[in-house]
Design a protein around this ligand. Structure first.
Ligand SMILES: [Zn+2]
Length: 360
């Protein structure tokens, strides 16, 4: 085995120009860790935030949170996964010893971090990760889909089922369809039998969402008020749950679109983090505002069960070779994608990439 590998790295934070493909030493797994041969790695908005230095990673740094690959070496004390096993990552990092970890709420760990942010990432031919982050690859997913699964399905599963406690018969409003978490949220909502209303500024993205099972679509460029349309769709009642990744731009529409006693669950603020709180509306309508970040091991297993049963499958926007990382990141930054942008790194994944051509 060669002792080097190629990795997409930064030596300082900044714009697209700081990202380079380099040949570096292959890492070795320490106690409790495994070395993966990365087949495929998916992009997330987090990669752009880390590149820009919020949060600031240890430098130099390899980008990338999501991956699927095969275990090629295990460190001391690792009984599972075994060498040769195909795995998909839960990209979270937690201490495993604190009160919240012991309660099974890994993403509430005081020392919570994410692979590709708190430690070296997955845009590389090999990556060392904690053994506990590795989950068996469901047969229903290929390498490309598995790489695209972890962060967004983990996040959306926790938002919808664990935090917002979505019940049978409840309607869900999802903003900014086309984004990774929003699209995963739509698929999970549809798999659970929910009527999902989605919003976007792009008719093409709304059309894609309808094909994924969206019940109603709202182009907010053409509609003066999202909440008016939501009320019309729901017979004046409003939705039970809003799944929000965008923050400020749709905050007021979310509050007004909810039924009394409804739940607003938020995992991001791509349009701004300080919307007018509208407390008078929140208390009068008895709305629950719920924050959510990543997810627990139980959330990951729940999402993987739905994938294994063929009820959800990541939407692949486009697949790039590792050496075309710059084009992949530029596409993410331009927000042109519908679904996930993936780097095919291993030979098997590069072969599978052809099957996904033209999907996006
Ligand atoms: Zn902990």
């Amino acid at each position: 085995m060669a002792s080097t590998m190629r990795a997409v790295r930064i030596h300082r934070c900044g714009g697209p120009e700081v990202v380079t493909l380099e040949t570096v030493a292959r890492p070795e797994p320490g106690p409790g860790e495994v070395l993966l041969s990365v087949q495929a790695a998916a992009l997330n908005h987090l990669d752009l935030w880390v590149r820009m230095g919020t949060p600031k990673p240890p430098l130099p740094h390899t980008l990338g949170s999501d991956a699927a690959g095969r275990v090629v070496a295990v460190g001391e004390g690792v009984h599972s996964p075994a060498v040769g096993e195909a795995v998909v990552l839960n990209p979270g990092l937690w201490c495993g010893r604190c009160e919240r970890c012991e309660a099974g709420e890994q993403s509430e760990c005081e020392r919570y971090h994410i692979i590709g942010e708190g430690r070296s990432g997955t845009f590389a031919e090999f990556v060392v990760v904690p053994a506990v982050c590795c989950h068996p690859l469901p047969e229903a997913l290929d390498w490309i889909e598995a790489a695209a699964f972890g962060l967004v399905f983990l996040t959306a599963y926790r938002m919808l089922f664990t935090r917002a406690r979505r019940q049978p018969g409840e309607d869900v409003l999802i903003h900014g369809i086309g984004g990774g978490v929003a699209t995963a949220g739509l698929q999970l909502a549809v798999a659970a039998g929910a009527r999902a209303i989605v919003t976007s500024s792009s008719d093409a993205k709304l059309e894609r969402a309808r094909r994924l099972g969206a019940w109603q679509t709202i182009n907010y460029r053409n509609e003066a008020r999202i909440e008016t349309r939501v009320k019309e769709c729901t017979g004046g009642r409003g939705v039970d749950v809003v799944l929000d990744t965008v923050g400020r731009a749709q905050w007021s529409a979310s509050i007004e679109s909810l039924r009394k006693g409804g739940r607003l669950v938020n995992c991001g603020a791509t349009t701004g983090g300080d919307p007018p709180a509208a407390l008078h509306r929140i208390f009068w309508k008895q709305i629950e505002v719920l924050g959510s970040t990543m997810g627990s091991q139980a959330d990951m297993r729940g999402a993987l069960r739905l994938a294994a049963a063929g009820r959800v499958r990541p939407v692949i926007d486009r697949v790039f070779a590792l050496e075309d990382f710059a084009q992949a990141l530029a596409r993410l930054e331009a927000a042109e994608q519908f679904g996930k942008i993936v780097l095919a790194i291993g030979d098997e994944a590069r072969e599978q990439a052809r099957r996904h051509d033209g999907e996006g």
